[in-house]
Design a protein around this ligand. Structure first.
Ligand code: FAD
Length: 356
């Protein structure tokens, strides 16, 4: 069974950022990724998607994303950037390799993959959340004859032309899909609360700077009461801004239940619906860690910084605020990846010294 110092599970942006930092140490490491090609979840996002920050604010450590025309890089530019990034730093990515289970031995962690077993002295988990979409339970859902989709299924608006569609979810995905569907479908937007839009001048860069200030204040034990914008508030991308101007981003509160043909609204009115698109987010894709017994009832892992409290040879990178501020973004994952790589290097060096 092959053995390495470190396995990074996941070869999207978070895994690549870890690879960038791990190269600094004299460690044997490999990045295992279940995709056929590089680019992580970006390869599966919808066709018109653009980032919510300019290129220089959508970059991984070491190499800035090249600026190509539009201020807001297109999905394909991000994929291209991630593939070139991998080559530029000659990162040891093996794909397609899926890690199915991880168990703990006294000296090594054992990874069972669809290409055999591999042992490691430490693991950095960077598997994102795209493979674990979340759809809330609704009364009558199973009797509904219409189609139910999630953001992960959406590619372009044509399929929904002239259909009666509900877009559910008040985040960036819901707003962007609604902006795209409003002119072609009979679409309504359903959100739990009235959606909060950021001012036109606030993009992902501003949010990232704010997250950094919050992080620094917390590290220094200082108070920071910047609450003007939330990281979950909707960024006014050009398409969203245009849709707002046209009055397409009007939202209603949720329906109470499904019927066979549609939904029932709180006032008792029934409406026929063809499609429901759930833009209701994701949960961390951590099923392969079940054998380590590190997950809580919500499927999350208790961490100190971004290191597991239960399994000290396991770090988690890129899963969002619970593993580090803004760590589920291109720019924000850098700090998280550096922290994990330094932690791994320290642990392995300490063990090396002890075993001399
Ligand atoms: P992923 O990109 O999901 O990569 C994880 C990799 O791990 C995948 O390649 C997957 O195949 C692999 N994997 C999973 N399980 C296993 C396993 N068991 N074994 C082996 N491999 C495995 N961020 C920004 O900075 N700017 C934006 O404008 C922006 N827009 C977004 C728009 C949408 C619609 C969404 C959903 C997210 C957006 N984000 C944006 C957030 C973020 O950049 C992405 O979610 C990003 O893809 C997360 O990167 P990751 O590497 O953590 O996960």
């Amino acid at each position: 069974m092959p053995s390495v110092d470190v396995v990074v599970i996941g070869g999207g942006q978070a895994g690549l950022a870890c690879g960038y930092f791990l190269r600094r140490y004299n460690l044997r490491f490999v990045i295992l990724d279940s995709e056929i090609a590089g680019g992580g979840a970006w390869q599966h996002m919808w066709a018109s998607l653009r980032t919510f920050s300019p290129a220089r604010w959508s970059s991984l450590p070491g190499w800035r994303m090249p600026e190509q025309g539009s201020q807001w890089p297109h999905r394909d530019e991000v994929i291209d950037y991630l593939r070139h990034y991998e080559q530029r730093y000659q990162l040891p990515v093996r794909r397609p390799v899926t890690v199915r289970n991880v168990t703990a031995g006294p000296r090594r962690l054992h990874l069972e993959t669809d290409h055999g077993e591999i042992r490691a002295r430490a693991i950095i988990n960077a598997t994102g959340s795209w493979r674990h979409p979340y759809i809330p339970a609704y009364p009558g859902q199973s009797v509904f004859h219409g189609c139910q989709w999630h953001t992960v299924d959406y590619d372009r608006p044509e399929r929904f032309r002239d259909r009666r569609v509900l877009v559910v979810g008040g985040g960036n995905s819901g707003a962007q899909l609604m902006a795209e569907l409003a002119p072609v479908a009979r679409a309504s937007w359903v959100t739990f609360e009235p959606p909060r839009f950021l001012p036109e001048s606030v993009d992902g860069r501003v949010l990232f700077e704010r997250a950094s200030r919050l992080w620094r204040a917390r590290q220094a034990g200082e108070a920071n009461d910047e609450t003007a914008y939330g990281l979950g508030d909707i960024v006014q991308t050009p398409a969203v801004r245009e849709a707002l101007k046209r009055g397409w981003l009007y939202s209603v509160r949720p329906f109470c239940a499904f019927t066979a043909n549609g939904v029932v609204w709180p006032d008792g009115r029934e409406e026929a619906i063809d499609d429901v698109i759930w833009c209701t987010g994701f949960r961390p894709a951590l099923g392969h860690l079940a054998g380590l017994g590190v997950q809580d009832a919500e499927g999350r892992v208790a961490v100190e910084g971004n290191r597991s409290c239960v399994e000290p040879r396991l770090w988690l990178v890129g899963h969002g605020n619970w593993t580090g501020f803004a760590s589920a973004t291109l720019m924000g994952v850098m700090r998280n990846a550096r922290q994990a790589s330094e932690g791994v290097a320290r642990l392995l060096e300490a063990r090396r010294v002890r075993s001399r």
